[in-house]
Unconditional design. Sequence first.
Length: 247
Amino acid sequence: MPSIHSNISFGLVNIPVLIRPIVKNNDVSFNQLHKKCMHRISYLKYCPHCKMDVKMSDIVKGYQYEKGEYVEFTPKELQDLKPENEGEIEIISFVPLKEIDSSYFEKSYILSTEKKSKAYSLFVKALEKTNLVGLCKTVLHNKFYYAILRMYDTNIILTTLYFEEEMNLKESASNVKVDNKELDLAMKLIQNLKGHFEPEKYKDEYQDKIQDAIQDKLNGRKVSKTKKSPKKEVTNLMKALEKSLKK
């Protein structure tokens, strides 16, 4: 995705920034092929009512309000409905990060400037000193978002947030009484597995195996099957905890 030109605005201050995604997709992509000739499959726009292929110029957008009944929208009508803050990041308040549960985080982007900016540097320093995050609203890829601006090392990160109605957090089912001995063993197991978050050590094992399999295929070798250990069903929680601690 190319960088997006935008502005951070709060009060009367406007800071030009570039938005670019932090994450790059490293998944191996496969094409669908016709088994007979090994050529790629193409997808045609087809109208089953008229029994004919349809050109893009003959396609319109419609909302289904009843089964088989649609209300049509033109591209201009949809364009006119876009929020007025498209193309800018409008800060509405500054809040403590701990007040925002991480389950609301959607996607993150890094903000930068094309040239040295005193306003940008001042904003970075102010965020660092106050230890707050900027709650803002913006439009990305034709979608309206609330988001936060937070510091990560020396960079400003924009993280879009899910709306409350998008969340599907159900009531916890952890109200079953537990035995003190079981709890003690579980806490010991957690302590034994205690460590540090070291993202540089975490590799995408599945994608690595696919890459190896591709090389095996190209070199005429048989693709090796992943060995999977059978999982035993836990029938006695105490015994399972004790065995885990011994391991």
